[in-house]
Design a protein around this ligand. Structure first.
Ligand code: ATP
Length: 349
């Protein structure tokens, strides 16, 4: 990636009075990739983005684009969607976008063409003559994204662009971000919608207490010495169930009985049991093919409908990373984190 222009966030520190908002915040985003920035409320996402934009100064550290410190000229080439939004409510959508583009030095005809292009792509062309305040919040957000794009930015920095959007708007916005990334633009956005981040992003940065605690592709972050397997097969009744705590492998916290066929397997731990669905973890030093013994044991006890490697979702990874570092809260809007709560088993790949 060395020949690809890169936005480097390099060892940023920032305090607001006695509040240490950023400490050694470091990561980079390459041209052409979508980078998801996730972390608890107050973790420092907005502060990092504001410093990148130059609307806030860091106490220490530097932001570079293509190897050089970000100066006013580069900042003008960043498309920014601030968390607090920032459109003029009484101004008409089209006039506002043309005005913003003109402020960036575009000619009137260029500004109009860009306004038409982005309002059409974002599905708000029919609202160009309406005041911003008359639009629904989701449509205002589409206009806000159009405002970030109308100047043909080389870098996109978007603070929670998806919050509050309906699924169709999420798809529209995702498509636009993907298209911009494919055109070579680095796209960085913050979100608490972890499923969306997992689906859309090439790489993810998980931050906590003002610092990055994990950065990489979802697959990089999934690197773990243990393997988990889901068996949809004989339940506890079918294979001689054992009460929680009564066998070698344990069971989930709901007190469901783990199937006996699983508990009898050496080097295998029962992670969770949900009726006929059992998730097992192989010991880190399990031999190649150890999962075949699991499958055989299950088949000996009864029919198996599904046998799948379980790969942790971003929600699971987030929980592991943030819990391991002792966070006391986690992203909570849209109910996405709780969707995965059962057993902490993650999504089957
Ligand atoms: N203007 C400010 N004055 C004082 N403290 C601030 C200010 N802005 C942010 N902070 C504090 O800095 C820390 C980081 O806040 P920041 O807004 O960057 O977090 P965030 O990750 O964007 O959070 P959220 O997900 O809730 O938007 C928090 O402790 C916050 O209370």
């Amino acid at each position: 990636m060395s020949d690809v222009p890169t936005l480097e966030i390099d060892h940023l520190d920032k305090s607001y009075g006695s509040v240490r908002a950023l400490r050694d915040m470091t990561f980079d985003v390459h041209g052409g990739e979508i980078f998801g920035f996730v972390g608890s409320n107050g973790a420092g996402k907005t502060t990092t983005m504001r410093i990148t934009l130059g609307v806030l100064a860091a106490d220490a550290g530097e932001v570079r684009w293509d190897g050089r410190p970000v100066d006013l000229d580069v900042r003008r080439r960043i498309g920014y969607m601030p968390e607090e939004r920032g459109l003029y409510p009484k101004m008409k959508v089209g006039e506002q976008l043309v005005y913003l583009a003109r402020l960036h030095g575009m000619s009137t005809s260029e500004a109009r063409a860009a306004t038409e292009h982005w309002t059409e792509l974002l599905g708000v062309a029919a609202r160009r003559d309406d005041e911003v305040q008359k639009l629904s919040l989701g449509n205002q957000q589409r206009v806000q994204l159009a405002a970030a794009l109308v100047t043909h930015p080389e870098i996109l920095v978007l603070d929670e662009p998806f919050s509050g959007l309906d699924p169709v708007a999420v798809d529209v916005m995702s498509g636009v971000l993907r298209e911009r990334a494919e055109a070579g633009v680095p796209v960085i956005f913050s979100s608490h919608q972890l499923e969306l981040v997992e689906r859309l992003c090439d790489r993810v940065g998980i931050i906590r207490d003002g610092t990055t605690v994990a950065v990489g592709t979802i697959d990089d972050l999934r690197t773990t010495p243990t393997q988990r397997w889901l068996v949809d097969g004989p339940p506890s009744g079918g294979g001689g169930g054992v009460d929680e705590g009564g066998g070698t492998g344990g069971a989930d916290g709901d007190g469901e009985r783990a199937p006996g066929w699983a508990l009898a397997l050496p080097g295998v731990t029962v992670v969770s049991t949900d009726g006929p669905r059992t998730v097992l973890e192989l010991a880190p030093d399990a031999a190649d093919g150890a999962e075949q013994a699991v499958l055989r044991a299950a088949l000996d006890a009864g029919p198996v409908r599904e046998f799948t490697r379980v790969r942790p979702s971003l929600v699971d990874l987030y929980r592991d990373v943030v819990a391991a570092t002792g966070a006391d809260d986690e992203p909570g809007d849209e109910g996405d984190a709780s969707d995965h709560a059962a057993g902490g088993t993650g999504a089957a790949a």
